[in-house]
Ligand binder design. Structure first.
Ligand code: ARG
Length: 283
């Protein structure tokens, strides 16, 4: 199937995001291969880079809510990991590593305080949108490093969408959102080297026309991207992906959040999408 050419007009849909300022950001433990506690981090610089991302989302017309950062939880800036929100239903994360377990109650409380009627505490380990990516009516679900495979059935039950399991095999790409990004309700981009042979087969079958990332673009976290259907915000170093996206009629917008990369996170990790209840056809 030929891919969509740049003369296609793409439509941006305004989004609702939750973010967390990296007020307490540092790297003082290591739970993924990017984190080296012996390397210095600059919290002010991380805040400045994050603020540029926050401002960009507002400038693009999105709504951004903020959760109060909790002292002693340096990874809380990675709001994508806090929950998965579909049709107003919230499945709160259950973190794999003890270093991050304190974040789950903070996110649960945030949703409860805002009156979300269905806030589910998870039974099995899941790291929110780090491993659950919503593509139209389907949820692609990562496993292998963080989210327990058994959590996938739980997500399908709680969120009411078909869940497709994908197995991650490269420890550098420990969350699905480090290896795959959603571009529209039907399109994705991914790095083939991050997946098991079986999962690669699944991706090829479901998305034969996907944008494939090179190892270089994956290594600068180019797949840790946020799309509104037209504008794709991604790390500016991912120049090959930006070009491929432009060819398909998307508008790539490069940003620099390299200070956060010292913790193994980037654009998408900082961004949790809040999907509200939608009007359904019929009665
Ligand atoms: N240091 C964090 C961790 O290892 C980074 C999380 C990045 N978030 C993401 N959605 N991939 O858990």
């Amino acid at each position: 199937m030929p891919h969509v050419s740049s003369d296609v007009t793409r439509t941006a849909r305004p989004r609702h995001y939750l973010m967390c300022r990296p007020t307490h950001f540092t790297v003082d433990y290591s739970i993924n291969p990017w984190m080296d506690p012996t390397k210095p981090t600059d919290t002010d610089f991380a805040i400045a880079q994050w603020e540029q991302l926050h401002t960009l989302f507002l400038r693009l017309g999105h709504t951004v809510e903020l959760i109060e950062p909790v002292p002693g939880l340096p990874d809380m800036v990675f709001a994508a990991n806090g929950a998965t929100v579909v049709d107003g239903r919230v499945l709160v994360a259950c973190f794999h590593h003890p270093e991050r377990t304190g974040e789950a109650p903070a996110y649960a409380e945030w949703f409860r305080a805002r009156g979300y009627p269905q806030v589910h505490r998870a039974e099995f380990s899941n790291e929110g949108e780090g491993d659950y990516l919503v593509v139209g009516e389907r949820i692609l679900a990562g496993t292998g490093f963080r989210t327990d495979r058994r959590a996938h059935a739980e997500a399908q039950r709680v969120l009411g969408r078909e869940v497709v399991t994908l197995e991650l095999v490269d420890p550098r790409y420990y969350h699905l959102d480090t290896a795959l990004a959603v571009l529209s309700d039907t399109e994705i981009m991914y790095y083939p080297g991050a997946f098991s042979a079986g999962s690669l087969g699944t991706l090829e079958e479901l998305y034969p026309d996907a944008v494939l990332a090179t190892a270089e673009d994956a290594a600068v976290f180019g797949l840790n991207a946020v799309s509104d259907g037209r504008r794709v915000v991604l790390p500016e170093a991912a120049v090959g992906l930006a070009e491929a996206l432009r060819e398909r009629g998307f508008e790539p917008i490069g940003v620099d959040v390299t200070e956060l990369l010292k913790a193994g996170g980037s654009v998408k990790c900082c961004t949790l999408e809040l999907r509200g209840a939608r009007a359904r056809a019929g009665c």
